[in-house]
Write a protein that binds this ligand. Structure first.
Ligand code: ADP
Length: 632
């Protein structure tokens, strides 16, 4: 309710003339003049307009009536200060029924008479709501921007038209190794652009600022950048332009591609390695296939060589025959090694000699090593315990190590040497393969056992050799390590647990078979049948030959035999069918069937009858005699 004028005493005269009123009415600032009793003497247009008051009806109102209870209570001390001669200021949010909450700055200023006596006080209200709101919004926007920029995984870098850094986020700090504080205000080009590109960068930037067409704006480009440590790295860059009143800002989002490039290179290498590994495996199969094809002719050569050696014993031709026999035996061992490597059979554990394995591996590679002018020595301590191991797998390990050493030595001038040593080490067996090649650089020493790690050019290395060696060593309860001997070169050391079981001594040359009588030799290869018959006849057997399974069954049905020696794979009825016929129709003979198998590469695995004995081609006469001698 507006109080009536008669309820209040007249206000004392205050220093306010018409000109001052007009000036105050023209101001956007809200202003009121209060007397010493805190009653309104004058309120300017801005105030009455804001409060919705009539232009004159407020005169004589108290401050409390003018501003409302809450604000009045809040500003009592301000009025008291002004009346005591001290200007006072207050800033804060105030409620307004008409306008909602407002943010205001209130000044209370003493109103003095000419002589300085305080007659009342001025209230000036500056409404800063819009400015505060704008600032608050700007602050929220800034915090959001900071969160986005600071949390970005990519580098966010902004520069101004002078090329000086205005923004440098934490990702940029980490990528370039330069703190934000030392980058802000620095010329970007002088820091992150590699020296050789700086000129082009500067002229490109200047050309664009002078109105040239943009070359990189709005596009993804790949460039080289420079870290604080001088390392150059590939990165992907997208630059956008922001036009501000103060000038243009260029914002770059930059992504370090180092790890992406490394992953791509690794992937490409692995792909190439896989292709190579497939090629190698195809070559391995081919090689094993060739070895398999050599089986039969080699059996003939070996058998005939042995027969020749026996026949020429004591004659001037004996030495020649012995040489032929040695060479034939060596061929047989090589073929057997290839076949052993090609076979996919579960690992066996049997007592084996590390020295014998090393010797066989050296022998396998002897020709290539000799052709490369490499001298190989084997030094085996006779006190070395035997191993409980899969002979074929260990053979593969040794062959891999020798092949690697051979490859490492190829580029070397001067003497090329590989030394293989076998010795006990506590309860273990230590097999070391050393070469005097370039050795393995310390930086890659840790990696050589990783699958697909190779330093050889595509087409030459697969990177699987040492990985296979390691998995075989571990499967045997041992390990393999690379050592760098002080004298240079590389040394791969295989350590395997020794076995208490002794290696079986090769059986002494068997006595001619006790069981004698008629033996049926079945083989579709006449040369094999012939040499087998020759060997058996020297042992006192009477022989008959059948050249396929059907003929064998017909012969067995018609005649009596004491033993059967049959090839496994034959056209028509194979050796296994012959065995089953015997088991069904001549059960007494089933225990005296020997199957000759050269088939390790056949597509279908052989289901050999357990009761049959087996001789693997290419066999030496001694082996054949041993098996025949075991028949009872
Ligand atoms: P690959 O021989 O196919 O490369 P490996 O796994 O056998 O695969 O060998 C991996 C790498 O180890 C080789 O590329 C080579 O860099 C290194 N290496 C192996 N043996 C030797 C050695 N005797 N001397 C020097 N480096 C070797």
């Amino acid at each position: 309710m507006c109080p009536t004028r008669s309820e209040h005493p007249a206000a004392p005269p205050l220093p306010l003339d018409g000109a001052a009123r007009r000036l105050l009415d023209a101001l956007p600032l809200r202003a009121a003049l209060m007397d010493r009793t805190r009653r309104v003497v004058y309120a300017n247009r801005a105030l009455t307009g804001f409060a919705g008051l009539p232009r004159r009806g407020y005169r004589g109102w108290t401050e409390q009536q003018l501003v409302g209870d809450a604000l009045w209570r809040q500003s009592r001390h301000l009025a008291a200060a002004a009346l005591a001669g001290r200007p006072a200021r207050w800033e804060g949010r105030v409620p307004s029924r008409r306008h909602g909450p407002r943010h205001v700055v209130r000044h209370y200023v003493p109103a003095r008479a000419r002589g300085g006596r305080i007659l009342g006080y001025w209230i000036f209200v500056l409404d800063v709501t819009d400015r505060v709101e704008t600032e608050r919004r700007a602050d929220a926007t800034e915090r959001l921007r900071a969160a986005i920029v600071d949390g970005a995984l990519d580098c966010v870098i902004a520069i101004d038209e002078e090329g000086l850094v205005r923004e440098w986020n934490p990702a940029a700090e980490a990528t370039f190794g330069i703190a934000r504080a030392s980058m802000i205000g620095k010329p970007l080009g002088d820091v992150i652009v590699p020296e050789r590109h700086r000129q082009a960068h500067a002229s490109g930037f200047a050309r664009y600022l002078a109105g040239g067409a943009p070359r990189i704006l709005g596009r993804r480009v790949e460039i080289e950048a420079l870290r604080a440590n001088g390392e150059e790295f590939p990165c992907e860059l997208a630059v956008s332009e922001v036009r501000l009143a103060s000038g243009r800002i260029f914002v770059a989002s930059l992504r370090d591609l180092t790890s992406v490039r490394a992953a791509e290179a690794e992937l490409a290498r692995q792909r190439a390695s896989l292709v190579q590994a497939e090629r190698m495996s195809a070559m391995g199969s081919l090689l094993a296939g060739v070895a398999h094809e050599l089986n039969n002719p080699l059996s003939i050569v070996i058998g005939q060589a042995a027969m020749l050696a026996e026949a020429t014993e004591g004659s001037p031709h004996a030495a020649r025959a012995a040489k032929v026999q040695d060479a034939a035996d060596r061929c047989a061992r090589i073929v057997r090694t290839f076949l052993a490597m090609a076979r996919q059979k579960p690992p066996r554990r049997e007592p084996v000699s590390a020295e014998a394995i090393a010797r066989a591996a050296i022998e396998l590679l002897a020709y290539g090593l000799r052709s490369d002018g490499i001298e190989v020595t084997l030094d085996a301590d006779p006190a070395t315990p035997s191993l409980s191991a899969d002979q074929d797998q260990l053979h593969q390990v040794l062959a891999n190590l020798l092949t690697n050493a051979q490859a490492a030595l190829r580029g070397r001038d001067g003497p090329r040497r590989i030394a293989v040593t076998v010795c006990p080490e506590g309860a273990d067996v230590r097999i070391a393969v050393s070469d005097n090649g370039p050795g393995v650089a310390a930086a890659i020493a840790e990696r050589v056992f990783e699958p697909f790690f190779t330093t050889k050019p595509v087409g030459q290395g697969t990177g699987i050799g040492l990985a296979v060696c390691r998995s075989i060593a571990i499967a045997h309860g041992g390990g393999i390590a690379l050592e760098s001997p002080p004298e240079g070169g590389a040394r791969f050391v295989l350590r395997l647990p020794g076995s208490p079981l002794a290696v079986a001594e090769p059986e002494a040359q068997p006595q001619p078979a006790r069981l004698r009588g008629r033996v049926l030799v079945v083989d579709d290869e006449p040369g094999i049948a012939e040499v087998v018959c020759d060997i058996l006849r020297t042992d006192g057997w009477e022989t008959a030959v059948a050249h396929d399974g059907n003929a064998a069954i017909a012969t067995l049905a018609a005649e009596r035999f004491d033993a059967v020696l049959s090839d496994v794979r034959m056209p028509g009825q194979d050796g296994i069918a012959v065995f089953h016929w015997i088991a069904a129709h001549r059960p007494g003979l089933a225990g005296r069937v020997v199957l000759m198998s050269g088939d390790v590469m056949g597509s279908a695995p052989l289901a050999l009858p357990e009761a049959a004995r087996l001789v693997e081609k290419p066999f030496e006469p001694a082996e054949l005699r041993r098996v025949m001698a075991s028949l009872t």
